[in-house]
Design a protein around this ligand. Structure first.
Ligand SMILES: Cc1cc2nc3c(=O)[nH]c(=O)nc-3n(C[C@H](O)[C@H](O)[C@H](O)COP(=O)(O)OP(=O)(O)OC[C@H]3O[C@@H](n4cnc5c(N)ncnc54)[C@H](O)[C@@H]3O)c2cc1C
Length: 451
């Protein structure tokens, strides 16, 4: 009997195990352009932790690789499958189990879409705050597995700050509970947070208990133009004292791409910072004045929600506008905020020396930058050069005390770069942790760090 027939009989006829190659191919990769992938042996559209447990027990016994998939919106090849693997998709485990408004928590299945939870609690005056730009289609399980960030994370923290507890299925098939519904707990080693950002390599998250916050008030938005992206970056460090709930940077190259796509009537004299305040609204003028120390060209602010939507459109359109110019490679590195200006100057020099367009934008407030390399569609030499430059951008960040990924994860596209920023001892500890949870290395093997 084949593995798939054996597994189907263990799971029962009702379990949805797909083997049609026309369908499995669509579960074989995420949104990362150059990561390897192949259609898996089968895709389980899981309906319960028990089905996942049965599948992992079998896969562990027979040493079959298992790739967990949320929505496949990842940008690091983390959900990419190999031909010998089984993909477990959480998309059908999409129930919001309970909302406890008094304790400000939600219990959800891991396949719930991020925005669906926030929408559900809105009328209660609550919010689920972590806001990756993919929040209208990425899953909360995927967000937890990548420790996703977003624009408001400069003030409210990334996903890990919002997870209180999780149900996890281990590689052995055992189902465990980690963390507590309480706001605080220091009773044991914090195994819960080992799983946040583990990219499907330690276990499969099936349920999450998440923080809900009092919904922030409607923000004021400020946009300020500087002669260079380095000046804008330098100003951003001075704006943190206003406790921004968003502090984003967009360079001139990216602004031009936005303007060419959807003219917003912008005078593109340089690079911009876009800041939101959801408290201290009255301090916008003071913030603008602080920008004058960095050669501010121009700046406006507004508390009107319609203006706000217009002002942040520039940032929201940054990546799709660059995508219109050609094939793109979106990088993701994080730096000490005081190093952003130097980082940007080095990336601009790399753009000039390589001849590749690189648009730079990102979360200036927490040092998380997304240089995006653009090259001709179908030009294989340019694609290879772009891939090389992608790694060089990471090396620049690492040399400045930064890190290979701020929020998208390491997946398969950056696993070879991790050793450049940690010692052999720390790498050994990472491998030992993996071996504790997944001794046969069946969970997303080769992701996060090389085999
Ligand atoms: C247009 C666009 C904008 C984006 N913007 C942001 C952004 O602002 N911030 C940000 O951080 N990311 C962003 N991303 C990247 C991506 O959306 C996030 O990484 C997201 O958290 C992935 O969620 P997913 O459900 O799609 O997971 P997938 O892509 O399916 O999986 C991601 C990783 O998590 C693992 N995984 C998924 N679910 C589980 C689970 N239940 N248990 C264990 N492991 C699991 C997978 O194996 C894989 O390694 C963006 C992507 C796109 C395409």
């Amino acid at each position: 009997m084949s593995h798939i027939s054996a597994l189907q009989s263990l799971l029962g006829a009702a379990a949805h195990l797909i083997t049609d190659p026309d369908i499995t191919v669509s579960y074989s990769r995420d949104q990362a352009p150059f990561a390897q992938s192949a259609p898996p042996l089968a895709v389980l559209l899981a309906r319960s932790a028990d089905q996942i447990s049965t599948t992992l027990r079998y896969a562990n016994e027979h040493k079959i690789p298992v790739v967990t998939r949320g929505a496949g919106s990842g940008l690091a090849g983390g959900a990419n499958s190999s031909a010998d693997s089984i993909v477990i998709s959480l998309e059908k485990m999409n129930q919001i189990i309970s909302i406890d408004a008094e304790n400000q928590i939600a219990r959800v299945q891991a396949g719930v879409i991020n925005l669906d939870l926030d929408t559900k609690v809105k009328d209660l005056g609550l919010a689920y705050l972590p806001d990756p730009a993919s929040r209208d289609w990425s899953t909360l399980g995927g967000n937890a597995a990548t420790n996703a960030g977003g624009m408001c994370c400069v003030k409210y923290g990334v996903t890990s700050s919002h997870v209180r507890a999780a149900q996890v299925v281990l590689a052995s098939g055992e189902i465990i509970e980690l963390g507590k519904a309480t706001k605080k707990s220091v009773t044991t080693y914090d195994l819960l947070h080992l799983f946040i950002g583990s990219e499907g390599t330690l276990g499969i998250i099936t349920e999450l208990t998440l923080n809900l916050e009092i919904r922030p008030q409607s923000p004021a938005t400020l946009i300020a133009t500087f002669p260079s992206v380095a000046k804008a970056a330098a100003a951003s460090a001075q704006l943190l004292r206003f406790k921004p709930s968003m502090l984003e940077i967009v360079d001139q190259t990216t602004l031009k791409a936005v303007e060419a796509w959807h003219p917003l009537g912008f005078e593109i004299a340089g690079s911009v910072l876009i800041m939101q305040l959801d408290e201290n609204l009255h301090r916008c003028q003071e913030a603008l004045d602080a920008c004058k120390n960095f050669d501010l060209i121009d700046g406006v602010f507004s508390e009107d929600p319609a203006d706000t939507a217009d002002l942040i459109r520039v940032r929201k359109m940054a990546y799709p506008a660059l995508e219109r110019m050609g094939a793109t490679l979106l990088d993701d590195v994080a730096l000490p905020i005081t190093k952003i200006a130097e980082f940007v100057e080095k990336v601009e020099a790399l753009s000039a020396s390589s001849g590749l367009t690189i648009g730079i934008f990102g979360h200036a407030g927490d040092g998380n930058m997304h240089p995006t390399i653009v090259h001709e569609h179908g030009d294989t030499a340019a694609a290879a050069l772009a891939q090389k430059v992608f790694g060089e951008i990471v090396a620049i960040a690492q040399a400045l005390g930064g890190t290979a990924s701020g929020e998208h994860g390491i997946g398969s596209i950056k696993s070879a770069l991790v050793a450049d920023e940690i010692s052999p001892t720390v790498m050994g500890l990472q491998r030992n942790i993996k071996a504790v949870f997944d001794p046969n290395s069946i969970l997303n093997p080769g992701k996060k760090f090389p085999l």
